[in-house]
Design a protein around this ligand. Structure first.
Ligand code: SF4
Length: 686
């Protein structure tokens, strides 16, 4: 590497929320290799196939390299001055005519913390709306709600090291080996090295299910029932941690009474899990010294994902599994910076650092920090992603600004999303590719991927890490923070930032959660886990001295089980599960442009169970038509016992309409996360 022209630069993976960091070796624009080092705080010397090999997209010929403006239905190239002038003028014009609530912003879970911060600052300060959101609405908001209802913070309770050292790990609705491969590898090592026990609840027999000490396949949308039945079992069998409960937890009696319906018999009948297995799981969890419970979209993407997430956190409280090493609740963050996009304010109801927009004191402090009058900041909560799209369809939202998100592919029932986008007066998309969403835009602004800029990301552990510029921006593309800063200046707010470190410094000076965060403290391989005190002390493990509530106590939250909003019936008699594959990511905009990855998995398929295959004479490669209440698509079948009975599984990465041509708009009523996993379909063999 000492050859002239070869450079090594620290960066952070742009894919999942594990937050692997490594050195990237480059020569000019050529990425020679990715090399992990023992200094990397989240991953050490581990990475997965995506972090190691899925970088071709950076030099793809399909990258956007110049701004585009739609004229007579076609895009034409434009200068930055022309494009930014047009965007500034049109957004202000829509706001002046229709009011601040007529403009909505979707920030990117792949952009940096500083870019998330600027996105919400433009929305709140310049436009005057809190309608700003990010893709956590589609995945982890229900988990965040479950945690904030019970223990206070919405982030993971501890670190990957805590997961490694737990006596028992419980995985619920999380295909960890494919979606968070490095965390899965830590669990596999802990199984071997210190006999860690693994309990898996999942409809799909994925790799971690095969490695589990106990694997249970609950019926669709019944997880709240087994979780509550396990909590009841703990109280009934003297396995509840009364010392912890009395010292740290409120609402014990009311919660315990609310568990009356959740008998083991009821749980067996509804979930389909044999009673004896539920007892085994309860005994393993109840008698362990330390339990980490990890969950993902198998829980959250349901019509009652917030309640089920709450039930999981209740179970951890009942068994005293918070605030000690090797314990806690861990919603697995999907995108590399979905945690940071929320932490730094791309949320409809929170300033950066999770301060409510409805809180007068928070408003005063943010207004002072930004040098404006408090009245300039709205006290009204805005719309989240899903509701923005609905509002556009209802002609209440007139303009949208979308940064690096594939809303036209990722939101549920994309048919409705597309017609909502077509009805907008003005739409801007800022992205590295002409994505499916950008095709609806009036102006497209070419942005840079993470390797062409400086910034910070937050991983699933709440760990803030720096990434450094590896390459020069391609063509005339620009870092998102610079585009946003230049746009703000054209709307009358010249903030004068010259580097992302100044944006972070401003946020740290206003937000107590990030008080001690600075680029100096994040230099090189250093990292900080929020909350970070002004003296730079960070918090790897939450709740060691109590909970962030008025009396320092957590709360058990009373729940009732409710039927899912969409279930199988006589006509639509299958449930369509869906999710990621190891090799790809989301709409495959990046992995699909990395040749080595595409060669491995070049297209879609639908998994069918061996029972169904025998009944309908389906073999690998047999084409089947899947029809939901929304639409119909055809796929080759893959016969596998990863799925059972009348459950099908479809990867989410492929096709123009993708799986969301089939999913519906039924959402969790608390946070409006679409119930992607509750999609009833019928199947026809072609
Ligand atoms: Fe690590 Fe996730 Fe990137 Fe794989 S995709 S290298 S596990 S951050």
């Amino acid at each position: 590497w000492r050859q002239p022209g070869i450079k090594r630069t620290k960066t952070v993976c742009t894919y999942c929320g594990v937050g692997c960091s490594f050195e990237m070796w480059t020569q000019d624009r050529k990425i020679l290799k990715v090399q992990p080092t023992p200094d990397a705080p989240a991953n050490g010397i581990s990475t997965c196939i995506k972090g190691k090999f899925a970088w071709d997209f950076v030099n793809s010929e399909k990258r956007l390299t110049t701004p585009l403006i739609r004229e007579n239905g076609q895009f034409r190239e434009a200068s930055w001055d022309e494009a930014l002038d047009l965007v500034a003028r049109r957004l202000m014009n829509v706001r002046d005519i229709h009011g601040p609530q007529s403009v909505g912003f979707i920030g990117s879970s792949k952009a940096s913390n500083e870019e998330a911060y600027l996105t919400q600052k433009i929305a709140r300060l310049i436009i005057g709306t809190n309608s700003v959101d990010n893709s956590s609405r589609y995945c982890q908001n229900p988990a965040t709600k479950g945690l904030t209802r019970t223990v206070g913070y919405g982030g993971d309770a501890g670190t990957i090291k805590d997961i490694e050292q737990a006596e028992v790990v419980v995985l619920v609705g999380s295909n960890t080996a494919e979606n968070h491969p490095v965390i899965a590898s830590r669990i596999k090592s802990s199984q071997k090295l210190h006999g860690q026990k693994l309990v898996v609840f999942d409809p799909r027999k994925h790799e971690m299910a095969e490695r589990a000490n106990l694997f249970m396949r609950p019926n669709a949308s019944t997880d709240l029932i087994w979780a509550s039945a396990l909590s009841r079992y703990m109280f009934d069998n003297d396995l509840a941690d009364y010392e912890f409960l009395e010292r740290w937890v409120n609402n014990i009696d009311e919660y315990r009474e609310s568990l009356a319906p959740f008998t083991l018999d009821f749980a067996e009948q509804k979930t389909g899990i044999p009673k004896q297995q539920l007892i085994e799981a309860a005994e393993l969890i109840g008698r362990a010294k330390s339990v980490c419970l990890l969950w993902a979209m198998g829980i959250t993407q349901h019509s009652h994902g917030s309640d089920t997430s709450t039930a999981l956190s209740n179970l951890l409280l009942v068994t005293g599994n918070y605030g000690k090493p090797g314990t806690g609740g861990y919603p697995m963050r999907g995108h590399n910076n979905v945690q940071g996009a929320s932490d730094f304010g791309c949320l409809r109801n929170m300033y950066p650092g999770y301060e409510k927009v409805t809180d007068e004191d928070a408003r005063k402090r943010w207004a002072k920090g930004w040098g404006v009058k408090p009245e300039q900041l709205s006290l009204e909560e805005g719309w989240g992603n899903f509701l923005m799209v609905q509002a556009a369809a209802d002609d209440k939202l007139k303009a949208m600004y979308i940064i690096g998100e594939e809303t036209a592919f990722s939101d549920a029932n994309t048919h409705n999303v597309h017609s909502a986008f077509e009805s907008l007066d003005f739409m801007v998309v800022q992205d590295i590719f002409l994505s499916r969403t950008a095709e609806f835009a009036d102006v497209v602004l070419p942005a840079c991927p993470s390797v062409e800029k400086d910034g910070t990301f937050v991983n699933t552990e709440r760990r803030i890490q720096r990434f450094y510029q590896v390459l020069e921006p391609l063509g005339d593309s620009r870092p998102d923070w610079r585009i946003l800063k230049d746009l703000a200046a054209r709307m009358g707010h010249d903030w004068g930032y010259t580097h992302p470190s100044e944006i972070m410094a401003e946020c740290a000076s206003i937000s107590p959660l990030f008080a001690g965060v600075s680029y100096e403290r994040l230099e090189g391989w250093k990292s900080l886990l929020w909350p970070v005190a002004a003296d730079g002390t960070d918090t790897p493990l939450l709740y060691t001295d109590g909970f962030p509530t008025d009396d320092g106590k957590a709360s058990l939250f009373v729940l009732e089980w409710q039927e899912p909003l969409e279930a199988a019936d006589d006509e639509y008699d299958f449930m369509l599960d869906n999710g990621r594959l190891l090799e790809h990511f989301q709409g495959s905009n990046q992995t699909g442009r990395s040749q080595g990855i595409w060669d491995q998995v070049p297209g879609s398929f639908v998994e069918v169970s061996p029972e169904l295959a025998a009944e309908r004479n389906i073999q690998d490669g047999t084409w089947v038509r899947i029809t939901s209440r929304r639409d119909s698509h055809e796929f080759p079948a893959l016969v596998t016992d990863r799925v059972a009975g009348k459950t099908l599984y479809l990867p989410i990465h492929f096709g123009k309409p993708g799986v969301n041509g089939l999913t519906g708009e039924h959402t969790d009523p608390v946070v409006h996360t679409p119930a992607y996993k509750e999609t009833a379909v019928k199947l026809k063999v072609l």
